[in-house]
Design a protein around this ligand. Structure first.
Ligand code: C2E
Ligand code: MG
Ligand code: MG
Length: 396
């Protein structure tokens, strides 16, 4: 990670390059742009934190550029743009994902400025954990925090639309080190996974959440608290017994949801299904997290013993470039959930309109900054009280 994020814009339309450059510079990015095949060749030789790639380029095409980019910077973070239709975009996105890119967004032109700006703001690499720490130190910092239990949980409220009250929370882990709390676990959990230490992380998460739930009345009062599992946790055949032993003391299994990230690997992961079935038999609930970002087919979903789907926040954003399209996708997620007997949670609700949209298409639960940002356990009661003040709960 660098303190000044870098962006490469590849588009044969120089006016678009100029416009995006201006937006990104205002957000603190150092920007390079390339419009011709020769410029692109030079530009992709240098690493960038983020690459915006137009698929239709004049003297070359985006898929060819993608191949060279994959060879030189495997795993790069990519945003796709195209003037072609949405199905081309979905196909290109799939190719990019299969080539190992982290695809942060795929947009039809004309470029959806508000959405692109929000994405650039969200995706600017976070500052280094301490002002002087070189990024190579992140691994050492994270593993040290794990060894010494320097982690804590934040709790983000989940609202039950039918009852119009906060009935649950998602527990999200944070590093408890000066200046490091701002680093999303999405950045550093992979370091723990790579080190084969996910069981240790899970132990910390179990220890912190059971402590918080047992000591904080507002958490005790919740019907459900959700915890995120790493995919690798599902390879541990002891997980059901371990989870039951660790969590039951604070609250029965039926009041815990374990969230899995949607990924093709679940079905190929040896023993995962066995573990999931036994977790359900013990009474735990299981949610498919970030639904819509992965590769679940209907068959695959049917095989998994799920209780809920969490529709990824990309569906809910009304500023999405193609909001008709995303609303129908959200509706489809709700219908799929209903057909499979699952509850649907809408993630990433940031405005009153988005909350209304989630409710109106039939989502059962909602989560997002508009309802409440993740907070420390001790602050959860205040958050519930202020929600109650502004929203009358349903009486029947
Ligand atoms: P997730 O499970 O999908 O969690 C939701 C993420 O979206 C959280 O980021 C949350 O702060 C953020 N979020 C919530 N509402 C909004 C919103 O309205 N707008 C936007 N832009 N973002 C919103 P966070 O805490 O940085 O966590 C990122 C990911 O890290 C999580 O995604 C989850 O996959 C992983 N993670 C978090 N805690 C744990 C943990 O205890 N164990 C493991 N293995 N992974 C964890
Ligand atoms: Mg989650
Ligand atoms: Mg999620």
């Amino acid at each position: 990670m660098t303190s000044t994020p870098t962006l490469l814009i590849i588009d044969d339309d120089r006016a678009i390059c100029a416009m995006l450059t201006e937006i990104a510079r205002n957000l603190g990015y150092r920007v390079d742009s390339a419009s011709t095949a020769a410029e692109i060749d030079v530009a992709i030789g240098r690493p960038h934190d983020l690459v915006m790639l137009d698929l239709s380029l004049g003297d070359t095409d985006g898929m060819v550029v993608m191949r060279s980019l994959a060879a030189q910077h495997p795993g790069a973070r990519l945003v796709l743009l195209t003037g072609a239709d949405v199905s081309v975009l979905s196909g290109a996105r799939r190719v990019a994902e299969m080539s190992g890119f982290r695809v942060l967004g795929a947009f039809a032109k004309p470029a959806p400025i508000v959405e692109l700006e929000a994405l650039l703001r969200d995706e600017a690499p976070l500052p280094d954990p301490t002002p002087d720490a070189p990024s190579a130190n992140l691994r050492a910092i994270v593993l040290d925090a794990l060894d010494h239990g320097k982690m804590f949980m934040l709790y983000q409220p989940i609202v039950d639309f039918a009852e119009r009250r906060i009935s649950g929370a998602e527990a999200l882990v944070r590093l408890d080190l000066d200046g490091s709390q701002a680093i999303s676990p999405a950045v550093w959990v992979p370091i723990i996974e790579e080190a084969g230490r996910t069981r240790d992380l899970l132990d910390v998460v179990f220890r912190c959440t059971t402590h918080d739930r047992a000591h904080v009345p507002a958490l005790q009062a919740l019907e459900n608290i959700s915890l995120n599992l790493s995919l690798l946790d599902l390879a541990d055949l002891q997980l059901p017994e371990h989870a039951e032993m660790a969590l039951h003391q604070a609250s029965p299994p039926g009041s815990w949801t374990l969230e899995l990230t949607e990924t093709a690997e679940i079905s190929t992961l040896h023993d995962a299904l066995d573990v999931l079935v036994r977790l359900r038999l013990k009474g735990f609930r299981i949610a498919m997290d970030d639904f819509g970002t992965g590769a679940s087919t209907l068959d695959r979903l049917k095989e998994l013993p799920l209780t809920s789907l969490k529709a990824d926040r990309r569906f809910i954003r009304t500023v999405f470039h193609d909001s008709e399209h995303s609303v129908s996708m959200l509706k489809a997620a709700v219908e799929l959930g209903a057909a499979l007997g699952l509850k649907v949670v809408a993630e990433g609700i940031e405005t009153a309109d988005e909350l209304e949209l989630a409710r109106s298409v039939g989502c059962d639960y909602g989560q997002g900054y508009f309802i409440g940002k993740p907070v420390r356990a001790e602050a959860f009661g205040v958050l519930v009280a202020s929600w109650l003040l502004q929203n009358e709960p349903a009486t029947d």
